[in-house]
Design a binder for this molecule. Structure first.
Ligand code: IVH
Length: 683
């Protein structure tokens, strides 16, 4: 890592600590992380490096020195032995260093004794510590803050895999066994489908679902969630076993659930081979894994190696990296969206990534730029977030050119020059000049005329022209355009004038739900607009709905409800609505609103699996709206398996076996002739 000044390091350490604590809370307490593990690990790594560079800046409360805490609302009990985490790496080279450290650590003054490894899957769930006394389950604690955990025994007794009574020989009087509670993909999909049916937010991944479920205050509901368990760490006073593998095999013989995929490795090369094998094979497992754990097998050597404050020296986790590419950052554009949000967008030297060439990637906001400490000229890592908009996840500091320039986030709107304001809650900068900022005005028109909205036959260039000539400022102006104005535009013939005016006229027949979408209320996408239109039936009813009434609508959360209320509260918007009503747009739902969007999927039967950029409920509605039928399981009559992120391996296997075509979310949008995502950012 490049040397940085003490002052800069102190500032950066402060920023990283704050950021990591927020992510710890999102992950451990709320079961709803907002960044990937990889991004989290990069931040942690950077903090560790800075603290190594300036040890006096490493405070006792640093996230590098304690594990995140999951404590919440249960009785707390002290752990008999601290419940630590494990160090991790994403590189095979670092694994070799881990091996060298072990050899040094156990060699003393002489030669290192022979040692072996236990190579295991890293189950992606939530850690649990079980205590058995006289063969009976006494207590189950979560990791908590590492020193004390939440007592979740009353929930754990409902997990079928965990025996309350052990059977067999030589069961120690009392011992602890630690492991992971996880949710298999099948149970995860079922739970999320149920949540969606109830209009609740689904869990983002099986890990969050497992930790959220384990903390339920209703054990009966918890027992329906299909949680599973695997145990991988045996701890006992006067441990009767010589190796970790022996202990785990004995535990299995007493009826405890252990992994069937673990393997002994005679040396680090065998451990590395195990990692390479499972990097691909893990995709076929019916549960989520996020890496491989390598442990020294001999318990006397484990004792000799001991622990750091946070993790054992005898184990490490090799984590699987999401697919990414590294490429130079050429420049940054600051795009003003129709809502006024200013998004930094990176222009990259084109690079291939997962089947496409990436030239642009989002940097989200100023906080993200600061966090990455990004400079123009840097080599940056790009990943495809959710398969759609690529994002920059890290900077390769070792390749930073001497003349790399730190970019200055604009203080004023790059379009109209108005000083930007910062929305703390959303960590975004906005141009507040919504009435007069040309980009925002043009953006509103471009959205209004788009195919999913009013479907007026014109492109961005026409909007530019009309705007530049001063013919349009507010949405109703479109309906006041005259043939005389239009023929005066450069390149327009009578025929194009007629077509355009005809298309504007036709748009008066567009159903209410699309008119509602066309208004461009923040956070209200196509599917949400449809839901609102069907629920309230008319614009007047929607405009007078209270927050509580809005929250009754499936998929409408607090942020959306507030955005709707704020939008309708504006005097300017109300005047605009009066004008649009005056020109004859539909402000009421009709029976015909239930009509199809297209027949593109007529006669097709589709099975969906995994997570998409829209909710599963929205995906099902979309399939129905295009004439398709959605079914739960793959069979010979399935036309497509629509594969999302982290799809169930069972469905995948069945589809492959039956020769059912497997399509991605992007393929699906192409099938129904729809653009991907709702672009505030246009790539
Ligand atoms: S051994 C002293 N083995 O990963 C630590 N942990 O990120 C002993 N995990 O804290 C842990 N699979 O919650 C171990 N086969 C495995 C594991 C595993 C998943 C979890 C565990 C751990 C975390 C570290």
């Amino acid at each position: 890592m490049a040397k940085i000044s003490r002052k800069a390091a102190a500032e950066r350490i402060g920023l990283l600590k704050r950021e990591l604590e927020i992510h710890n809370r999102n992950y451990y307490v709320l079961s709803a992380p907002t960044i990937s593990d990889f991004e989290y690990d990069l931040l942690m790594q950077e903090l560790q490096n800075l603290e190594k560079m300036y040890p006096d800046l490493a405070s006792a409360d640093s996230p590098t020195r304690h594990v995140g805490s999951d404590l919440s609302g249960f009785e707390q009990v002290a752990h008999r032995y601290p419940m630590l985490s494990i160090s991790n790496t994403y590189s095979i080279d670092e694994l070799a260093e881990f091996n060298e450290r072990i050899a040094r650590g156990i060699a003393g003054d002489g030669n290192a004794p022979k040692y072996s490894f236990s190579c295991e899957l890293k189950f992606d769930g939530t850690a649990i510590c079980l205590t058995y006394r006289k063969g009976r389950l006494l207590r189950a604690l979560t990791r908590g803050d590492g020193a004390k955990g939440d007592d979740v025994t009353r929930n754990v007794v409902n997990i079928k895999a965990i025996p309350q009574q052990l059977h067999g020989d030589n069961i120690p009087e009392e011992f602890e066994i630690r492991g992971e509670i996880y949710m298999p993909f099948v149970a995860f999909e079922r739970l999320n489908a149920e949540k969606l049916d109830r209009g609740e937010t689904p869990f983002a991944n099986p890990r969050n679902a497992a930790s959220g479920s384990l903390k339920l205050q209703d054990p009966e509901e918890m027992s329906r969630r299909g949680l599973d368990c695997v145990l991988y760490h045996f701890i006992c006073e006067n441990n009767p076993f010589k190796t970790h593998i022996e202990a785990i095999q004995a535990a299995a013989s007493w009826g405890l659930p252990v992994s069937e995929y673990s393997r002994r490795g005679e040396n680090i090369d065998e451990a590395t081979a195990y990692i390479r094998e499972w990097d691909t094979r893990r995709k076929t497992l019916p549960f989520a894994t996020d890496g491989i754990v390598i442990k020294v097998n001999e318990l006397d050597l484990q004792r000799q190696l001991g622990f750091t404050a946070k993790s054992p020296r005898w184990a490490t986790a090799y984590k699987f990296k999401p697919e990414s590419a590294c490429t130079p950052l050429l420049s940054i554009d600051y795009q003003v969206g129709r809502t006024g949000a200013v998004t930094p967008v990176a222009n990259l030297s084109p690079v291939p990534l997962s089947g496409t060439t990436v030239k642009r990637a989002t940097l989200h906001n100023k906080d993200q730029m600061d966090l990455l400490d990004i400079h123009i000229g840097d080599w940056v890592y790009v990943e495809k977030g959710g398969e759609i908009i690529p994002k920059i996840t890290a900077v390769e500091l070792s390749k930073r050119p001497d003349d790399a320039q730190r970019p200055e986030f604009p203080k004023c709107c790059p379009d109209c020059g108005t000083p930007l304001v910062r929305d703390e809650e959303q960590s975004r900068h906005y141009c507040p000049n919504s009435d007069n900022c040309p980009e925002q005005i043009k953006g509103r028109f471009i959205h209004f005329i788009s195919r999913k909205a009013m479907d007026i036959l014109a492109g961005d260039a026409t909007i530019e022209q009309l705007y530049d000539r001063g013919f349009i400022r507010e949405l109703p102006d479109l309906y006041l355009l005259t043939p005389l104005q239009l023929v005066s535009l450069e390149g327009w013939q009578q025929k194009s004038v007629d077509n355009f005016l005809d298309s504007i006229n036709q748009s008066k027949n567009v159903p209410f739900e699309r008119v509602l979408y066309a208004l461009g209320i923040r956070h209200i996408g196509e599917t949400t607009a449809k839901m609102l239109a069907r629920h309230f039936g008319s614009l007047d009813k929607l405009a007078s709905a209270t927050r509580e009434e809005l929250l009754q609508v499936p998929d409408i959360g607090g942020i959306m409800a507030d955005a709707i209320i704020e939008w309708f509260a504006s005097e300017k918007h109300r005047r605009m609505l009066d004008s649009l009503r005056g020109v004859g747009l539909h402000f009421e739902a009709e029976a015909s609103d239930q009509e199809r969007l297209s027949d593109a999927l007529e006669g097709k039967t589709i099975v969906i699996s995994g997570n998409f950029s829209i909710s599963r409920e929205e995906m099902k509605n979309l399939i129905a709206a295009h004439g398709g039928k959605c079914t739960g399981s793959v069979s010979g009559s399935t036309s497509y398996l629509l594969a999302g992120e982290k799809m169930g391996p069972e469905k995948l296997r069945k589809a492959e076996k039956l020769g059912v075509e497997i399509i991605s979310e992007n393929d699906f949008y192409k099938l129904i002739g729809q653009q991907v995502a709702e672009p505030e950012i246009l790539f």
